[in-house]
Design a protein around this ligand. Sequence first.
Ligand SMILES: Cc1cc2nc3c(=O)[nH]c(=O)nc-3n(C[C@H](O)[C@H](O)[C@H](O)COP(=O)(O)OP(=O)(O)OC[C@H]3O[C@@H](n4cnc5c(N)ncnc54)[C@H](O)[C@@H]3O)c2cc1C
Length: 322
Amino acid sequence: MQGGDGLRPACRVLASPRYLAAFQPKQVPHFFTDILVIGSGLAGLRAALGVDQKLSVLVVTKDELHSSNSDRAQGGVAAVLGADDCFEDHVADTLIAGGTLCAPEVVRYVVQEAPRRVIELIEWGAKFDQNGSRLALTREGGHRRNRIVHAHGDATGREIVRALTQRVFQAATYVPMHHGFMDLAAIMDWYSRYVLAWRVSNTLETRFCLDALDEALERHGTPEIFNTDQGSQFTSEAFTGRLEAAGIAISMDGRKRALDNVFVERLWRSVKYEDIYLKDYATADELIEGLGHYFTFYDHERVHQALDYRTPWEVYSEGLAA
Ligand SMILES: Cc1cc2nc3c(=O)[nH]c(=O)nc-3n(C[C@H](O)[C@H](O)[C@H](O)COP(=O)(O)OP(=O)(O)OC[C@H]3O[C@@H](n4cnc5c(N)ncnc54)[C@H](O)[C@@H]3O)c2cc1C
């Protein structure tokens, strides 16, 4: 049997899909990514950081970035780190406490991984409580040894989420090289997408971001508002102090403001897919020269659909003339 529009009933369903929440796909922003991670708890953030740097990753989360069980986790992380402790004891304590709920092979795997993962978290910037120069290990629940690592007393989850979130933001700006990585900072005019200044560095220090900021302010003047992501360079006192001294209001991305950073993220995607991945730069000098050509092309030749098929420079210079 056919409907009045000539389509079979099954085809009609496909032609007008129904969604749980009312929305028009054509009217919501579209994001393209190689890997989609859902959830910004520790599992999601760690998964995002584990993805090959050559692939793009998008972390989608519900509500606020920090709204997760991970952020609320209090007591700490159990790991064999004390001189008087051993894997066998940790496994035994866990099996006694967990009883039949435990899969012994999983317990063994998790217990053996734990010290490595705690060290990884420290290397990634998590600051756990210390007794002098050693980790302050405490004893809790069914553990018979001191093996709980914690942060700020009982805000362990918050500290780990903070460190991993910051690392995820930083990873967005990594440039994969033949050997290792460089970090890229770019200052962009929001209205026109014009790249005002950029710098690369092989350290995670703030200096190269300050250099880019100085060049942007010197060559293009002082904006009213400056937006940054939550990478540690941009939240550092040196960076925010420089903006405040110039009388510039700071708008940080983060809670409830996921879309704010979308233009910069599109820039990262363009520069990576249209230049860096294709060229596979071997040295810093090659990278700097190549990016110089790319950003000139991006600002002066590459038209943007969202700018009515004009270049960033055309739109930016119009604003200057006005
Ligand atoms: C009060 C408290 C104390 C705890 N203390 C400890 C402790 O001391 N030690 C310990 O090891 N563990 C502790 N835990 C357990 C630990 O927090 C969790 O096991 C761990 O954080 C789980 O991490 P996760 O990333 O899998 O999940 P979560 O941290 O819950 O993250 C899930 C993510 O998915 C997102 N999400 C959910 N639904 C959707 C959706 N439909 N669309 C998009 N995103 C979605 C959420 O917003 C969130 O970002 C505690 C938990 C709580 C609540």
